[in-house]
Design a protein around this ligand. Structure first.
Ligand code: HAM
Length: 408
């Protein structure tokens, strides 16, 4: 009998990958908490209707990709394909919409989409996401984009930001009407023809080259925005300019989920192949009301953890060995706790004895460490640690807080 294998498109996360995974989650958590986000763990299984109503029947996710089944109690359920819908369900169920004010929630965990697996595309993948409720100001959109920029910079990830506005209930219907009028005269693929009826803007991001050629002269949403959406979009762009965040406006960026209004964005990398989206999100000001709650503006995003880890991995090599030592009796406890904390992410060796600088350096070289970190009397006084990269020979003193953030 053949051995049982993990399902296609599903992976074990183990050894160095799981270390990197935890390192990623912990540092993202630290950053988003500073922006006021609180952690939520929503169920992985939800009623299918939740995703049909929020992500939308016209989306590939609902149309083709859900892990949907009827449970023993005859409930139509599915494994969550994304995190936003569950958070919105929680928000309404717990009357946060009625309470008003601002609610900020973050989550991470597995999502499931029955897609064709390929590099960077899994059937079970992990997202880290944030949802912010109750803020209409476009400064909130900018804050979220700056927060993602901070996260990606922290991990040394280069990206391109694509930006669009998908309008609101004032301007989108008129735009859709114009678009449908235009699309009806084009020769498009089967999927596009189906989408013209269901959700015509999804035609714009068809991956088929022939369709893209046909679509060259299609009307652009950015030319059809109402005054309010257009003012907000211009203000968002100027805030980003002011804060040195580069972006390109992509009027074909419609996102694969139906709930977006106004700001929509995607962070892409050109270093990981065809599946280049590393984070995506936008406003969904109508979703809370649409799911039965009190109208509440909202904006959020999610990052694909596996795709990001592909980018971080080369900087986080397994051959890294950190040697940590104490040069002062009084530093022993601190050194001991640093050793144990750093061991979550990297191979750490130590010598529990207090030794001189040169003895420690000798020990580190003998044990093939790639970097060394030492604490003596001076470092203790200044709350710093002395570190040296034993390959490049670069050395510096940094604060203990900074020491936690860096990859050694
Ligand atoms: P999404 O664009 O569908 O948005 O997914 C967000 C990210 O998840 C993508 O940018 C990508 O990095 C990753 N991802 C998606 N599918 C896969 C896959 N099959 N394999 C590996 N990674 C994948 C959402 O899910 C929205 N809920 C984001 C959001 C939150 N919008 C507002 N709030």
């Amino acid at each position: 009998m053949a051995n049982i294998q993990a399902l296609r498109g599903m992976k074990d996360i183990v050894d160095d990958d799981s270390k990197l995974f935890n390192y990623f989650i912990e540092n993202c958590t630290t950053i988003v908490k500073r922006y006021g986000y609180n952690y939520i763990e929503t169920p992985i299984l939800e009623e299918t209707a939740l995703f049909k109503r929020s992500v939308g029947e016209s989306s590939d996710i609902v149309g083709k990709e859900m892990y949907q089944f009827v449970d023993k109690g005859k409930n139509d359920v599915c494994l969550r394909p994304e995190g936003t819908a569950g958070v919105v369900r929680y928000f309404i169920q717990n009357k946060k919409d009625k309470a008003g004010g601002s609610t900020k929630i973050f989550y991470h965990g597995p999502m499931f989409r029955y897609e064709r697996p390929q590099k960077g595309r899994l059937r079970e993948f992990h997202q880290f996401g944030c949802e912010s409720f109750g803020q209409t100001s476009v400064y909130e959109d900018a804050t979220i984009i700056l927060m993602i920029d901070e996260i990606l910079n922290f991990f040394g990830i280069k990206y391109k930001l694509l930006l669009n506005s998908l309008g609101c209930k004032e301007c989108m219907p008129k735009y859709k009407e114009d678009l449908v009028g235009h699309l009806k005269n084009l020769t498009l693929c089967e999927d596009c023809n189906r989408r013209i009826e269901l959700n015509p803007i999804r035609v714009l991001d068809c991956k088929n080259e022939a369709c893209q050629k046909e679509l060259q002269n299609a009307p652009k949403i950015t030319n059809s925005l109402c005054t309010n959406c257009s003012d907000d979009f211009n203000q968002l762009k100027s805030i980003l300019d002011y804060n040195n965040i580069s972006y390109s406006v992509d009027s074909n960026l419609v996102r694969g989920l139906d709930y977006y209004t106004k700001t929509a964005f995607e962070f892409v990398s050109d270093e990981i192949g065809a599946q280049s989206a590393i984070a995506g999100g936008g406003r969904y000001d109508r979703l809370v009301e649409f799911l039965g709650g009190k109208s509440t503006p909202a904006i959020g995003f999610a990052m694909g953890i596996e795709r990001l880890l592909e980018l971080i991995k080369p900087k986080f090599t397994t051959q890294e060995i950190l040697y940590i030592g104490s040069m002062d009796e009084a530093a022993n406890n601190l050194v001991f706790s640093l050793v144990n904390k750093k061991r979550k992410y990297i191979k750490v060796i130590t010598d529990y004895k207090v030794r001189s600088f040169s003895k420690h350096l000798n020990n580190a070289t003998k044990s093939k460490a790639t970097s060394i970190a030492l604490i003596g009397e001076n470092e203790l006084k200044n709350n710093t640690i002395w570190i040296k990269d034993l390959d490049s020979k670069e050395e510096q003193s940094i604060t203990i807080e900074e020491f936690f953030k860096i990859l050694i």
